[in-house]
Design a protein around this ligand. Sequence first.
Ligand code: NAP
Length: 407
Amino acid sequence: MGQLITMTDSGLQVPDRPLIPFIEGDGTGPDIWAAAVRIFDAAVEQAYGGKRAVAWTEVLAGQKAFDRTGSWLPDATEQAFRDHLIGIKGPLTTPVGGGIRSLNVALRQRLELYVCLRPVKYYAGVPSPVRRPELVDMVVFRENTEDVYAGFEVAAGSTEADKLLRFLKDELGWDVRTDSGIGIKPISRTGTERLVRAAIDYAIEHDRRSVTLVHKGNIQKFTEGAFREWGYQVAAEHYPDHTVTWDDIDNEVPAGKILIKDAIADIFLQQVLTRPAEFDVVATMNLNGDYISDALAAQVGGIGIAPGANINYKTGHAVFEATHGTAPKYAGKNVINPSSVVLSGVMMFEYLGWTEAARLIDGALTRTIGERYVTYDFARLMDRATQVTTSDFADRIIAHLRAAGDA
Ligand code: NAP
């Protein structure tokens, strides 16, 4: 029998046998989940010798949910994530035509998971398009509830667009072309503050060197520019002992201090290619964060390996997820790379405070890839690789983590 994880004033309370809901996912979801859950259980067993174990409980979403219940995202699933605080999910088919725009977006909005967290680091041996991928070690905090993704959009020619255009002209004197579709981009002080605080808290907790606020404030002064201003204010008001800015120092960041800096989004995307070592924790708004997370993931080997999490640090709710799609043409073939969901599990164990289990998995995955013992997607880009199935890859990781745990 598992127990509930709870949130208290002193933080997350994790019992030794936490109940954790999982969504297997559609398409190749069952292939990667079957591999990942064996790795998770083996790591916890190895790290805690039976004192701790996860009580997994399956909940439905996506195609499997639709086929069984007629709903893409049953209320019971949302409730399970609410009650259990933490969950993990594989990729989901996006319903085509009406209803929910995206199941992932729906879950993020309903649970107010305001941070999309994407660590981006290089695993030695992973094929990469850049010369020095090992210099990339960043953690992206992408705001998850505002910006153009808040979904305030009206179609060109619609009654709503006509009303809005009239309002803009009559009340504000803005002449917008009458055949325009319009999207509204809200960026609030509240949304910015809680995101930047999460990024700085993370930087403090993980001994990171800097937090970079990425924005287009040179053009969009009252949204992206305000994000920059509010970001600096949060650091100055709430973290004066932990942070410095370039204005406070000559050119050396004092030991133990975190540098708060900012970068314009287009320059940032150049500099992460030309001088990646200068960036560490990154805090940004939704749309910039979307581009940045995927561009950085590509630098370290991309789609099959990038993990992610959506988190509300105040309520404790968090959903850890594979960041790729369902890759349906490989469904049931036991060939797909499970690393994205496996590393999402590493993030989950870190979030639970089960760092020993997280480290065992991370180390064993590093060793397995380092031996060039990999699934087809990496094998086709590597010299002298041994191409293996999803389940063989998992077996090798388990063998390594057992060996490391016994050592
Ligand atoms: P996709 O499922 O990510 O697959 C595109 C290609 O990426 C695959 O054909 C494969 O490339 C490669 N790939 C993806 N995951 C991989 C893995 N684990 N290991 C190795 N290679 C991997 O994207 P899509 O075909 O555009 O989308 C399919 C469905 O997934 C759609 O319904 C989409 O809406 C949904 N989707 C869901 C999520 C989510 O739930 N988070 C995210 C994105 C898309 P090769 O064929 O070259 O080997």
